[in-house]
Design a protein around this ligand. Structure first.
Ligand code: SF4
Ligand code: SF4
Length: 427
Protein backbone atom coordinates (compact mmCIF):
# COMPACT_ATOMS: atom_id res chain seq x y z
CA UNK A 1 0.00 0.00 0.00
CA UNK A 2 1.29 3.48 -0.89
CA UNK A 3 2.37 5.55 2.08
CA UNK A 4 -0.01 8.41 2.99
CA UNK A 5 1.69 11.75 2.41
CA UNK A 6 0.86 14.72 4.62
CA UNK A 7 0.61 17.69 2.26
CA UNK A 8 -0.14 20.31 4.92
CA UNK A 9 3.53 21.26 5.45
CA UNK A 10 3.86 21.82 1.69
CA UNK A 11 0.71 23.97 1.52
CA UNK A 12 1.86 25.94 4.57
CA UNK A 13 5.28 26.50 3.03
CA UNK A 14 3.51 27.94 -0.02
CA UNK A 15 1.77 30.47 2.23
CA UNK A 16 -1.67 28.95 1.71
CA UNK A 17 -4.73 29.40 3.90
CA UNK A 18 -5.14 25.70 4.64
CA UNK A 19 -8.57 26.05 6.27
CA UNK A 20 -10.05 27.83 3.27
CA UNK A 21 -8.22 25.40 1.01
CA UNK A 22 -9.78 22.42 2.81
CA UNK A 23 -13.20 23.91 2.10
CA UNK A 24 -12.36 24.42 -1.57
CA UNK A 25 -11.03 20.88 -1.95
CA UNK A 26 -14.15 19.51 -0.25
CA UNK A 27 -16.44 21.41 -2.62
CA UNK A 28 -14.49 20.46 -5.76
CA UNK A 29 -14.24 16.82 -4.62
CA UNK A 30 -18.01 16.69 -4.14
CA UNK A 31 -18.55 18.24 -7.55
CA UNK A 32 -16.16 15.75 -9.18
CA UNK A 33 -18.03 12.87 -7.61
CA UNK A 34 -21.45 14.18 -8.66
CA UNK A 35 -20.39 14.99 -12.21
CA UNK A 36 -17.65 12.57 -13.25
CA UNK A 37 -18.05 9.51 -11.06
CA UNK A 38 -21.81 9.47 -11.59
CA UNK A 39 -21.33 8.93 -15.35
CA UNK A 40 -22.50 5.64 -16.85
CA UNK A 41 -20.50 3.57 -19.36
CA UNK A 42 -17.32 5.53 -18.83
CA UNK A 43 -14.14 4.11 -20.45
CA UNK A 44 -12.10 2.39 -17.77
CA UNK A 45 -8.95 4.22 -18.85
CA UNK A 46 -10.62 7.41 -17.61
CA UNK A 47 -9.72 6.22 -14.11
CA UNK A 48 -6.53 8.13 -14.83
CA UNK A 49 -8.57 11.30 -14.46
CA UNK A 50 -9.74 10.26 -11.00
CA UNK A 51 -6.13 10.01 -9.90
CA UNK A 52 -5.27 13.29 -11.63
CA UNK A 53 -8.20 15.10 -9.98
CA UNK A 54 -7.32 13.68 -6.55
CA UNK A 55 -3.68 14.74 -6.91
CA UNK A 56 -4.33 18.11 -8.51
CA UNK A 57 -3.55 20.20 -5.43
CA UNK A 58 -1.23 17.68 -3.78
CA UNK A 59 0.88 15.13 -5.67
CA UNK A 60 0.90 17.14 -8.90
CA UNK A 61 2.29 20.20 -7.12
CA UNK A 62 4.73 18.18 -5.04
CA UNK A 63 6.14 16.65 -8.20
CA UNK A 64 6.86 20.13 -9.59
CA UNK A 65 8.39 21.41 -6.36
CA UNK A 66 10.51 18.25 -6.11
CA UNK A 67 11.75 18.76 -9.68
CA UNK A 68 12.91 22.23 -8.65
CA UNK A 69 14.49 20.91 -5.49
CA UNK A 70 16.51 18.27 -7.32
CA UNK A 71 17.51 20.67 -10.09
CA UNK A 72 15.57 18.72 -12.76
CA UNK A 73 13.73 22.01 -13.43
CA UNK A 74 14.69 25.57 -12.61
CA UNK A 75 11.46 27.52 -12.17
CA UNK A 76 7.68 27.15 -12.20
CA UNK A 77 6.13 29.41 -14.80
CA UNK A 78 2.40 30.19 -14.68
CA UNK A 79 0.24 31.49 -17.49
CA UNK A 80 -3.43 32.11 -18.22
CA UNK A 81 -3.67 31.95 -21.97
CA UNK A 82 -3.01 29.80 -24.99
CA UNK A 83 -0.73 32.46 -26.51
CA UNK A 84 2.05 31.61 -24.05
CA UNK A 85 4.02 28.78 -25.69
CA UNK A 86 4.76 25.95 -23.28
CA UNK A 87 7.53 24.72 -25.64
CA UNK A 88 9.72 27.72 -24.80
CA UNK A 89 9.09 27.46 -21.07
CA UNK A 90 10.15 23.81 -21.11
CA UNK A 91 13.20 24.51 -23.27
CA UNK A 92 14.41 27.14 -20.80
CA UNK A 93 14.19 24.64 -17.93
CA UNK A 94 10.85 25.88 -16.62
CA UNK A 95 7.74 23.90 -15.75
CA UNK A 96 4.73 25.44 -17.51
CA UNK A 97 1.47 25.48 -15.57
CA UNK A 98 -1.93 26.83 -16.53
CA UNK A 99 -3.45 28.86 -13.71
CA UNK A 100 -6.91 27.42 -13.90
CA UNK A 101 -9.35 30.11 -12.65
CA UNK A 102 -12.56 28.14 -13.00
CA UNK A 103 -14.34 28.83 -9.70
CA UNK A 104 -15.45 31.83 -7.64
CA UNK A 105 -13.45 32.55 -4.52
CA UNK A 106 -13.12 35.52 -2.14
CA UNK A 107 -15.36 37.57 -4.44
CA UNK A 108 -15.96 40.42 -1.97
CA UNK A 109 -12.17 40.80 -1.53
CA UNK A 110 -11.70 40.73 -5.32
CA UNK A 111 -14.21 43.53 -5.79
CA UNK A 112 -11.99 45.80 -3.69
CA UNK A 113 -9.42 45.59 -6.50
CA UNK A 114 -11.36 44.88 -9.69
CA UNK A 115 -14.75 46.08 -10.95
CA UNK A 116 -17.79 44.00 -10.10
CA UNK A 117 -18.69 43.53 -13.74
CA UNK A 118 -15.47 41.72 -14.62
CA UNK A 119 -15.59 38.26 -16.21
CA UNK A 120 -15.58 35.33 -13.74
CA UNK A 121 -12.31 33.94 -15.10
CA UNK A 122 -10.42 37.10 -14.17
CA UNK A 123 -12.19 37.40 -10.83
CA UNK A 124 -11.37 33.78 -10.16
CA UNK A 125 -7.59 34.13 -10.49
CA UNK A 126 -7.72 37.26 -8.39
CA UNK A 127 -9.81 35.44 -5.76
CA UNK A 128 -7.57 32.38 -5.72
CA UNK A 129 -4.61 34.66 -5.07
CA UNK A 130 -6.30 36.82 -2.44
CA UNK A 131 -7.79 33.76 -0.72
CA UNK A 132 -4.42 31.91 -0.91
CA UNK A 133 -6.09 28.69 -2.00
CA UNK A 134 -4.31 27.87 -5.27
CA UNK A 135 -0.99 26.04 -4.89
CA UNK A 136 -0.29 26.68 -8.58
CA UNK A 137 -0.48 30.47 -8.23
CA UNK A 138 1.40 30.30 -4.94
CA UNK A 139 4.24 28.23 -6.37
CA UNK A 140 4.67 30.13 -9.66
CA UNK A 141 8.03 31.93 -9.71
CA UNK A 142 6.95 34.03 -12.66
CA UNK A 143 3.55 34.57 -14.27
CA UNK A 144 3.42 35.28 -17.99
CA UNK A 145 0.39 37.35 -18.89
CA UNK A 146 -0.69 38.63 -22.30
CA UNK A 147 -2.49 41.71 -23.50
CA UNK A 148 -5.42 39.85 -24.99
CA UNK A 149 -8.83 41.08 -23.80
CA UNK A 150 -9.18 44.42 -22.01
CA UNK A 151 -10.19 42.76 -18.76
CA UNK A 152 -7.11 40.58 -18.51
CA UNK A 153 -4.59 43.17 -19.61
CA UNK A 154 -5.85 45.69 -17.04
CA UNK A 155 -6.24 43.07 -14.30
CA UNK A 156 -2.58 42.10 -14.81
CA UNK A 157 -1.57 45.61 -13.72
CA UNK A 158 -3.04 44.75 -10.32
CA UNK A 159 -1.85 41.12 -10.41
CA UNK A 160 1.72 42.40 -10.90
CA UNK A 161 1.50 43.75 -7.35
CA UNK A 162 0.90 40.15 -6.21
CA UNK A 163 3.31 38.06 -8.29
CA UNK A 164 6.35 38.70 -10.51
CA UNK A 165 4.84 39.16 -13.99
CA UNK A 166 5.89 39.52 -17.59
CA UNK A 167 3.27 40.43 -20.18
CA UNK A 168 3.57 39.44 -23.84
CA UNK A 169 2.16 41.71 -26.50
CA UNK A 170 -0.27 39.76 -28.71
CA UNK A 171 -1.30 41.47 -31.97
CA UNK A 172 -5.02 41.84 -32.65
CA UNK A 173 -4.97 41.82 -36.46
CA UNK A 174 -3.29 39.38 -38.84
CA UNK A 175 -1.00 41.03 -41.39
CA UNK A 176 2.58 40.38 -42.54
CA UNK A 177 3.73 43.20 -40.26
CA UNK A 178 1.96 41.91 -37.16
CA UNK A 179 3.19 38.41 -37.90
CA UNK A 180 6.76 39.75 -37.80
CA UNK A 181 5.99 41.72 -34.62
CA UNK A 182 4.67 38.54 -33.02
CA UNK A 183 7.79 36.61 -34.03
CA UNK A 184 9.90 39.33 -32.39
CA UNK A 185 7.73 39.16 -29.29
CA UNK A 186 8.22 35.41 -29.04
CA UNK A 187 11.99 35.87 -29.30
CA UNK A 188 11.81 38.45 -26.48
CA UNK A 189 9.80 36.04 -24.36
CA UNK A 190 12.47 33.37 -24.88
CA UNK A 191 15.14 35.82 -23.64
CA UNK A 192 13.05 36.74 -20.60
CA UNK A 193 12.60 33.07 -19.73
CA UNK A 194 16.32 32.39 -20.10
CA UNK A 195 16.97 35.29 -17.77
CA UNK A 196 14.46 33.90 -15.25
CA UNK A 197 15.74 30.33 -15.22
CA UNK A 198 19.41 31.05 -15.92
CA UNK A 199 19.29 28.32 -18.56
CA UNK A 200 20.12 28.94 -22.20
CA UNK A 201 17.67 27.59 -24.76
CA UNK A 202 19.51 25.25 -27.12
CA UNK A 203 18.36 23.68 -30.40
CA UNK A 204 18.14 20.35 -28.55
CA UNK A 205 16.09 21.64 -25.61
CA UNK A 206 13.72 23.58 -27.85
CA UNK A 207 13.25 20.62 -30.18
CA UNK A 208 12.46 18.47 -27.16
CA UNK A 209 9.96 21.08 -25.89
CA UNK A 210 8.25 21.04 -29.30
CA UNK A 211 8.05 17.25 -29.38
CA UNK A 212 6.67 17.04 -25.83
CA UNK A 213 3.84 19.47 -26.59
CA UNK A 214 3.17 18.01 -30.05
CA UNK A 215 2.84 14.50 -28.61
CA UNK A 216 0.12 15.69 -26.23
CA UNK A 217 -1.60 17.38 -29.16
CA UNK A 218 -1.34 14.27 -31.34
CA UNK A 219 -2.98 12.20 -28.62
CA UNK A 220 -5.81 14.75 -28.26
CA UNK A 221 -6.27 14.88 -32.05
CA UNK A 222 -6.61 11.11 -32.04
CA UNK A 223 -9.23 11.31 -29.30
CA UNK A 224 -11.14 14.03 -31.16
CA UNK A 225 -11.42 11.86 -34.29
CA UNK A 226 -12.81 8.95 -32.25
CA UNK A 227 -15.58 11.19 -30.91
CA UNK A 228 -17.05 11.39 -34.42
CA UNK A 229 -18.49 7.89 -33.96
CA UNK A 230 -22.13 7.33 -33.03
CA UNK A 231 -22.45 6.25 -30.29
CA UNK A 232 -19.54 8.40 -29.19
CA UNK A 233 -17.13 6.42 -26.99
CA UNK A 234 -16.33 9.07 -24.39
CA UNK A 235 -18.19 11.92 -22.72
CA UNK A 236 -17.56 15.61 -23.26
CA UNK A 237 -16.86 15.92 -19.54
CA UNK A 238 -13.98 13.42 -19.63
CA UNK A 239 -12.65 14.80 -22.92
CA UNK A 240 -12.71 18.31 -21.48
CA UNK A 241 -10.81 17.25 -18.37
CA UNK A 242 -8.17 15.48 -20.49
CA UNK A 243 -7.55 18.77 -22.30
CA UNK A 244 -7.64 20.78 -19.08
CA UNK A 245 -5.02 18.37 -17.71
CA UNK A 246 -2.72 19.31 -20.59
CA UNK A 247 -2.10 22.63 -18.82
CA UNK A 248 -0.99 21.04 -15.54
CA UNK A 249 0.00 17.41 -15.79
CA UNK A 250 3.34 15.84 -16.66
CA UNK A 251 3.37 15.89 -20.50
CA UNK A 252 4.77 12.40 -21.12
CA UNK A 253 2.52 10.72 -18.56
CA UNK A 254 -0.54 12.56 -19.83
CA UNK A 255 0.10 11.81 -23.52
CA UNK A 256 0.47 8.16 -22.57
CA UNK A 257 -2.78 8.23 -20.56
CA UNK A 258 -4.70 9.90 -23.42
CA UNK A 259 -3.38 7.30 -25.86
CA UNK A 260 -4.58 4.54 -23.52
CA UNK A 261 -8.02 6.18 -23.45
CA UNK A 262 -7.88 6.25 -27.27
CA UNK A 263 -6.94 2.55 -27.45
CA UNK A 264 -9.99 1.70 -25.37
CA UNK A 265 -12.19 4.09 -27.35
CA UNK A 266 -11.11 2.44 -30.61
CA UNK A 267 -12.28 -0.91 -29.25
CA UNK A 268 -15.53 0.67 -28.10
CA UNK A 269 -16.16 2.22 -31.51
CA UNK A 270 -15.49 -1.14 -33.19
CA UNK A 271 -17.92 -2.82 -30.77
CA UNK A 272 -20.54 -0.05 -31.20
CA UNK A 273 -20.25 0.80 -27.51
CA UNK A 274 -20.75 4.36 -26.33
CA UNK A 275 -20.97 6.60 -23.32
CA UNK A 276 -24.46 7.67 -24.41
CA UNK A 277 -26.93 5.67 -26.51
CA UNK A 278 -26.68 5.75 -30.30
CA UNK A 279 -28.71 8.68 -31.56
CA UNK A 280 -28.16 10.85 -28.43
CA UNK A 281 -28.14 14.52 -29.47
CA UNK A 282 -24.59 15.54 -30.32
CA UNK A 283 -23.43 18.98 -29.27
CA UNK A 284 -20.44 20.96 -30.43
CA UNK A 285 -19.34 23.45 -27.78
CA UNK A 286 -17.76 26.75 -28.79
CA UNK A 287 -16.90 29.86 -26.82
CA UNK A 288 -14.86 31.01 -23.86
CA UNK A 289 -12.37 28.60 -22.26
CA UNK A 290 -13.52 26.24 -19.52
CA UNK A 291 -10.92 26.28 -16.78
CA UNK A 292 -10.83 23.65 -14.00
CA UNK A 293 -13.26 23.17 -12.21
CA UNK A 294 -15.77 24.83 -14.53
CA UNK A 295 -17.63 21.71 -15.69
CA UNK A 296 -21.13 23.08 -15.07
CA UNK A 297 -22.37 23.44 -18.65
CA UNK A 298 -21.05 20.11 -19.92
CA UNK A 299 -22.58 18.39 -16.93
CA UNK A 300 -25.98 19.95 -17.62
CA UNK A 301 -25.86 19.04 -21.34
CA UNK A 302 -24.87 15.44 -20.65
CA UNK A 303 -27.21 14.91 -17.69
CA UNK A 304 -30.00 16.20 -19.96
CA UNK A 305 -29.41 13.37 -22.42
CA UNK A 306 -27.11 15.15 -24.89
CA UNK A 307 -23.47 14.38 -25.47
CA UNK A 308 -20.71 16.90 -26.17
CA UNK A 309 -18.65 15.63 -29.12
CA UNK A 310 -16.21 18.52 -29.53
CA UNK A 311 -15.00 21.80 -28.07
CA UNK A 312 -13.91 24.71 -30.22
CA UNK A 313 -12.21 26.73 -27.50
CA UNK A 314 -8.87 27.15 -25.77
CA UNK A 315 -9.52 24.13 -23.56
CA UNK A 316 -10.40 22.18 -26.69
CA UNK A 317 -9.44 22.11 -30.36
CA UNK A 318 -7.54 25.41 -30.30
CA UNK A 319 -5.07 23.75 -27.96
CA UNK A 320 -4.41 20.68 -30.09
CA UNK A 321 -5.51 21.15 -33.69
CA UNK A 322 -2.21 22.57 -35.01
CA UNK A 323 1.25 21.19 -34.34
CA UNK A 324 4.49 23.18 -34.30
CA UNK A 325 6.76 22.24 -37.23
CA UNK A 326 9.38 19.75 -36.07
CA UNK A 327 11.87 20.48 -38.84
CA UNK A 328 13.55 23.63 -37.48
CA UNK A 329 17.28 23.29 -36.87
CA UNK A 330 18.29 26.49 -35.11
CA UNK A 331 16.74 28.13 -32.06
CA UNK A 332 15.74 31.15 -34.19
CA UNK A 333 14.01 28.96 -36.79
CA UNK A 334 12.17 27.00 -34.12
CA UNK A 335 11.05 30.17 -32.32
CA UNK A 336 9.65 31.44 -35.63
CA UNK A 337 7.87 28.11 -36.17
CA UNK A 338 6.36 28.37 -32.69
CA UNK A 339 5.31 31.98 -33.29
CA UNK A 340 3.65 31.05 -36.58
CA UNK A 341 1.70 28.20 -35.03
CA UNK A 342 0.43 30.35 -32.16
CA UNK A 343 -0.39 33.26 -34.48
CA UNK A 344 -3.01 31.01 -36.04
CA UNK A 345 -5.07 30.52 -32.84
CA UNK A 346 -8.56 31.78 -33.67
CA UNK A 347 -9.22 33.80 -30.51
CA UNK A 348 -11.90 36.48 -30.39
CA UNK A 349 -9.30 39.12 -29.52
CA UNK A 350 -8.41 39.14 -33.24
CA UNK A 351 -10.34 41.26 -35.71
CA UNK A 352 -11.72 40.07 -38.00
CA UNK A 353 -11.83 36.49 -36.72
CA UNK A 354 -13.82 34.59 -39.34
CA UNK A 355 -11.41 31.65 -39.05
CA UNK A 356 -13.21 30.70 -35.84
CA UNK A 357 -16.56 30.47 -37.64
CA UNK A 358 -14.96 28.28 -40.31
CA UNK A 359 -13.36 26.06 -37.67
CA UNK A 360 -16.68 25.64 -35.85
CA UNK A 361 -18.51 24.66 -39.04
CA UNK A 362 -15.77 22.24 -40.04
CA UNK A 363 -15.85 20.60 -36.61
CA UNK A 364 -19.64 20.39 -36.65
CA UNK A 365 -19.37 18.52 -39.96
CA UNK A 366 -16.43 16.28 -39.02
CA UNK A 367 -17.91 15.31 -35.65
CA UNK A 368 -21.47 14.86 -36.94
CA UNK A 369 -22.82 17.44 -34.49
CA UNK A 370 -26.59 17.95 -34.32
CA UNK A 371 -26.29 21.41 -32.81
CA UNK A 372 -23.93 24.09 -31.56
CA UNK A 373 -23.92 25.61 -28.08
CA UNK A 374 -21.95 28.85 -28.03
CA UNK A 375 -21.20 30.03 -24.52
CA UNK A 376 -19.70 33.26 -23.23
CA UNK A 377 -18.70 33.92 -19.68
CA UNK A 378 -20.58 36.89 -18.30
CA UNK A 379 -18.98 40.27 -19.16
CA UNK A 380 -16.78 38.73 -21.85
CA UNK A 381 -17.51 41.33 -24.51
CA UNK A 382 -15.47 39.78 -27.31
CA UNK A 383 -17.15 36.37 -27.25
CA UNK A 384 -20.57 37.96 -26.71
CA UNK A 385 -19.96 40.09 -29.82
CA UNK A 386 -18.81 37.13 -31.90
CA UNK A 387 -21.96 35.19 -30.99
CA UNK A 388 -24.00 37.23 -33.52
CA UNK A 389 -21.73 36.28 -36.43
CA UNK A 390 -21.55 32.69 -35.20
CA UNK A 391 -25.35 32.42 -35.15
CA UNK A 392 -25.61 33.77 -38.68
CA UNK A 393 -22.97 31.32 -39.95
CA UNK A 394 -24.76 28.44 -38.22
CA UNK A 395 -28.07 29.48 -39.85
CA UNK A 396 -26.44 29.67 -43.28
CA UNK A 397 -25.12 26.14 -42.75
CA UNK A 398 -28.43 24.85 -41.35
CA UNK A 399 -26.93 23.85 -38.02
CA UNK A 400 -29.15 24.47 -34.96
CA UNK A 401 -27.49 27.02 -32.68
CA UNK A 402 -27.95 28.27 -29.17
CA UNK A 403 -26.14 31.03 -27.29
CA UNK A 404 -25.67 31.01 -23.55
CA UNK A 405 -24.17 33.56 -21.18
CA UNK A 406 -23.25 32.20 -17.78
CA UNK A 407 -20.83 32.48 -14.88
CA UNK A 408 -19.37 30.13 -12.27
CA UNK A 409 -22.29 30.26 -9.86
CA UNK A 410 -24.93 27.55 -9.57
CA UNK A 411 -27.76 30.10 -9.51
CA UNK A 412 -28.71 29.76 -13.17
CA UNK A 413 -28.47 25.96 -13.31
CA UNK A 414 -32.24 25.42 -13.27
CA UNK A 415 -32.79 27.94 -16.03
CA UNK A 416 -29.91 26.53 -18.10
CA UNK A 417 -31.28 23.02 -17.73
CA UNK A 418 -34.68 24.12 -19.03
CA UNK A 419 -33.18 25.95 -22.02
CA UNK A 420 -30.79 23.12 -22.89
CA UNK A 421 -33.46 20.44 -22.60
CA UNK A 422 -35.71 22.48 -24.94
CA UNK A 423 -32.81 22.88 -27.39
CA UNK A 424 -32.05 19.13 -27.33
CA UNK A 425 -35.72 18.35 -28.00
CA UNK A 426 -35.87 20.85 -30.83
CA UNK A 427 -32.84 19.55 -32.79
S1 SF4 B 1 -9.84 32.86 -25.38
FE1 SF4 B 1 -8.15 34.08 -26.21
S2 SF4 B 1 -7.47 35.30 -24.48
FE2 SF4 B 1 -8.64 33.58 -23.66
S3 SF4 B 1 -7.17 31.93 -23.24
FE3 SF4 B 1 -7.93 31.65 -25.29
S4 SF4 B 1 -6.44 32.69 -26.61
FE4 SF4 B 1 -6.16 33.47 -24.53
S1 SF4 C 1 -13.42 34.94 -20.86
FE1 SF4 C 1 -13.37 36.78 -22.14
S2 SF4 C 1 -13.23 38.51 -20.71
FE2 SF4 C 1 -12.71 36.63 -19.59
S3 SF4 C 1 -10.49 36.53 -19.68
FE3 SF4 C 1 -11.29 35.31 -21.41
S4 SF4 C 1 -11.38 36.69 -23.15
FE4 SF4 C 1 -11.14 37.94 -21.29
Amino acid sequence: MAEEVDFYPMWESLGMDTKAHDMLLGAVGQMYGDMFLAQQNRPQACDYLNVFATNLHSGEIKEKLDAKETGAAKKIIGSFCLYVPEEIVTAAGGIPIGLCSGADFATSEVEKHLPRNTCPLIKSFAGFRLGRVCPYIQSADLVIGENTCDGKKKAYEWFATQKPMYVVDVPHVRTDETKQMWRNEIHRLAERLEQETGQKITPESLHEGIILANNKRRALQRLSKLRAADPTPISGLDSLLLTQAAFMDDPVRLADAINKVCDECEQRVAAGEGVAPKGAKRILYTGTPMAVPNWKLFNIIEKSGGVVVGEECCTGSRYYKDLVAETGETVDQMLDDIADRYFNIQCAIFTPNHGREQDVMQMAKDLNADGIIDCSLQFCTIYEMEAFGMELTAQENNVPYMHITTDYSTEDEGQLKTRIQAFLEMI
